[in-house]
Design a protein around this ligand. Structure first.
Ligand SMILES: C[S@@+](CC[C@H](N)C(=O)[O-])C[C@H]1O[C@@H](n2cnc3c(N)ncnc32)[C@H](O)[C@@H]1O
Length: 299
């Protein structure tokens, strides 16, 4: 487990690649050098953890008739699962990246024409109406959006009174565990470089520790948190291995910080060796938060 402290404002001022105009630290169309790898990684991640996430989402208020807003729906693999869960409800997807919207459109099959709506735009400026959803779901999105309080304010605005916000995100101090842990100083270095890359683009890979307080400050009540752990012993190393794909991310890290090349190469080789070991185990950890918009009984 890596011990990570948040970068200070002074650290971030030094971060290469910082661009205050970016709407998201996630890749934009044409930016990722291997978008198919990223789509595969997200698909496998959903396959690994959906059953656990669904149990928690039901506790957080998801029902068969919920009107759900999925923020940052990406290539649509959570969308695919959520569609099955709201046979009498609706699902609206709000996604910034038009290529990912088109990818999702290509494989999603809603049960009714009015069950699914795909909207291209930013959660910071969506134009979606007030008080219109029972559940707003944001999975691995808030870490990418500059201005988490603004996103939470928008979620609060769009929820019906009594509706719930469900957020799934990470904190890189508790990203997961490898066994046997490779004895490599470069590993911690790559974790730190990834935090810095994302922070320089306005994101925050240490957001897990802040989420509960930020939700409280945005006016949500009845705040709950669950940790979701996924082990390669449960789902198979082949399903979790894409999460260790350093090579797809090296390009972005090196483009803003050439000094990242060597540690990324060393760690990528070590991860290839790790996943090939018959005795290797790996665990990933996500945090699921929910909070209620007070003043009503929407479910
Ligand atoms: C790591 S992906 C997660 C995709 C999906 N939620 C999942 O769990 O598979 C993050 C997604 O959030 C989207 N995103 C980032 N910033 C956004 C914003 N400001 N508004 C809407 N979507 C955004 C990205 O384009 C990307 O599709």
């Amino acid at each position: 487990m890596t011990t990570v402290t948040p970068p200070t404002a002074a650290d971030l001022a030094q971060t290469p690649g910082a661009d205050p105009e970016r709407p998201s630290s996630y890749y934009q169309p044409g930016e990722h050098h291997a978008p198919q790898n990223e789509i595969h990684r997200l698909r496998q991640q959903v396959a690994a953890s959906w059953n656990k996430e669904l149990r928690v989402l039901r506790e957080f208020g998801l029902t068969e008739s919920s009107d759900v807003l999925e923020v940052g729906s990406g290539p649509g693999y959570i969308t695919e699962r959520l569609l099955q869960e709201v046979p009498q409800g609706t699902l609206t997807c709000l996604e910034l990246n038009e290529d990912l919207i088109e990818h999702a459109r290509g494989h999603l099959t809603p049960a009714r024409p009015d069950q699914l709506r795909l909207v291209q735009g930013s959660v910071l400026d969506s134009g979606l109406p007030d008080d219109s959803f029972d559940l707003v779901h944001a999975r691995l999105v808030l870490q990418h959006v500059p201005g988490t309080p603004d996103v939470l304010a928008e979620a609060h605005r769009m929820l019906r009174p009594g509706g719930r916000l469900a957020v799934i995100d990470v904190d890189d101090a508790l990203w997961g565990l490898l066994h046997p842990q490779p004895d490599l100083p470069e590993f911690d270095e790559v974790v730190r470089l990834r935090i810095e890359l994302q922070a320089g683009r306005g994101g925050n890979r240490l957001i897990g520790r802040e989420l509960g307080g930020l939700m409280r400050d945005a006016g949500f009540t009845d705040i709950k948190v669950e940790a979701v752990a996924i082990s390669s012993e449960e789902v198979g190393m082949d399903v979790l291995a894409p999460q260790l794909d350093i090579r797809s991310r090296t390009h972005a890290m090196v483009s803003v910080n050439p000094a990242a090349e060597r540690p990324c190469e060393i760690v990528a080789d070590a991860m290839d060796e790790f996943v090939a070991r018959p005795d290797a185990s790996m665990m990933l950890v996500f945090f699921m938060f929910s909070g209620t918009k007070p003043g009503g009984d929407a479910r």
